[in-house]
Write a protein that binds this ligand. Structure first.
Ligand SMILES: Nc1ncnc2c1ncn2[C@@H]1O[C@H](COP(=O)(O)OP(=O)(O)OP(=O)(O)O)[C@@H](O)[C@H]1O
Ligand SMILES: [Mg+2]
Length: 373
């Protein structure tokens, strides 16, 4: 029997849990043509959530998915944009080509259509024409939705990658100025690097300020994860006590990816019923599996940053910038503490919630505690 726990890919069906509130919000925005930005640190479940919402809402709407993971410049963005929007709107190549010909009459993209149906078609663009008429490309979803008389939702994943473009600010201005007139197309933009993305969408001086709703995705709560774990053991004829399921969720600090990964290892190590010994052994397995990754990460952290991480994990009743903590952990001055903190935030090693500062990766924190500190 296969493990019911999955990690490292978009989860669906029984492997997906909860997100009721966020699903409702997304579905309502899709219905009402409201743009959405979805932000969270890495591996908290953004892609899975948007896919799930699209599946639930698909009836009568066109969903188009654009993943910027491999996109490093504006031209690559435009080619992928044309390709994905057309592909989502037309099943037949001939129809797709004829729509492209009429709608993209200035851009005149070149299509390379493979003979076999397994490989994807490619879109080539003339750079000089694109520079003059990029708005024709950006308006493609709106034009197509009018033509097809269906709403179109354009979902753009890994949006933080626009950071690599030559002029990210100009690019954002171009998107915003075209998209703001669209009546039948809505945009759902998501990505990690929360602090960089927050600056794009929450900063009044940036083009995407008040572009739509900004959703900060949370982790999945203990109340949701515990029954999820128990159910998945049960349906695969293995048993886990509630206390042990709670232990997994607490140890992994409700982190969706790691709750699934640790549950998977425990499931593999269990024949009939989970015991404390199995959990302990599985945590060691988890640390071993990730250790080379963490060793690399550790090499990139300066001594003062390590001291700061130690302070987060240690007890510091007076707060991280109190004289007592600064002295105990050798953090220099309070100005220095602020500098270390913003460097670690940029690296996505820590995050803040109100006044609380925490290490984002609960397993890295555990590794530091057990192996280093
Ligand atoms: N709703 C969910 N229920 C159960 N597990 C989930 C859920 N969402 C995410 N996960 C777990 O977290 C992992 C990462 O999910 P996903 O790829 O959707 O996150 P992401 O935020 O898009 O990550 P990245 O920042 O790497 O793109 C999944 O493989 C799964 O193990
Ligand atoms: Mg993702």
């Amino acid at each position: 029997m296969n493990s019911p726990f999955q990690y490292g890919k978009v989860v669906e069906g029984d492997a997906f849990t909860n997100r009721k509130k966020e699903l409702k919000w997304l579905l309502s925005n899709f219905d009402n043509n409201i743009n959405t930005t979805l932000l969270s640190p890495r591996r908290w479940g953004k892609s899975s959530l948007v896919r799930r919402a699209a599946k639930t809402a698909a009836n009568g709407k066109i969903f188009c998915f654009i993943d910027l993971y491999n996109v490093r410049n504006e031209t690559e963005f435009y080619s992928l944009y044309i390709k994905q929007v057309l592909k989502a709107s037309y099943g037949k190549t001939q129809e797709l080509l004829s729509a492209a010909k009429t709608i993209l009459s200035k851009i005149k993209p070149k299509f390379t259509i493979p003979i076999d149906s397994k490989t994807d078609f490619q879109v080539q663009l003339d750079l000089d024409i694109v520079k003059q008429s990029y708005d024709e490309i950006l308006n493609l979803p709106e034009k197509l939705s009018q033509k097809k008389k269906k709403k179109i939702i354009v979902c753009i994943d890994e949006f933080q990658n626009i950071e690599y473009f030559d002029d990210p600010l100009l690019f954002q201005k171009r998107l915003r100025s075209a998209w703001q007139y669209h009546k039948n197309a809505a945009y759902c933009i998501y990505g990690s690097k929360k602090h960089m993305m927050m600056n794009l969408f929450d900063n009044p001086s940036m083009p995407f300020y008040k572009f739509g709703d900004v959703i900060y995705l949370d982790k999945i709560s203990e109340e949701d994860f515990v029954p999820f774990i128990i159910k998945n053991f049960n349906i695969t004829n293995k048993k886990i006590d509630t206390e042990f399921a709670k232990q997994i969720v607490k140890l992994m600090d409700c982190h969706p990816y790691y709750v699934q990964q640790l549950s998977h290892i425990i499931w593999i190590n269990t024949v009939i019923k989970v015991t404390q010994d199995i959990i302990d052994k599985s945590i060691e397995n988890l640390l071993e599996q990730n250790s080379s990754l963490y060793e690399n990460e550790y090499e990139d952290i300066s001594n003062s940053q390590i001291n700061f991480l130690k302070a987060i994990m240690g007890d510091n009743n007076g707060g991280l910038s109190s004289m007592e903590t600064i002295k105990k952990y050798n953090l220099g001055t309070s100005a220095n503490v602020a500098k270390i903190k913003s460097a670690l935030l940029r690296k996505e090693l820590i995050d803040t919630r109100g006044s609380r500062v925490f290490i984002l990766d609960p397993v890295f924190a555990l590794w530091l505690k057990r192996r280093i500190i």
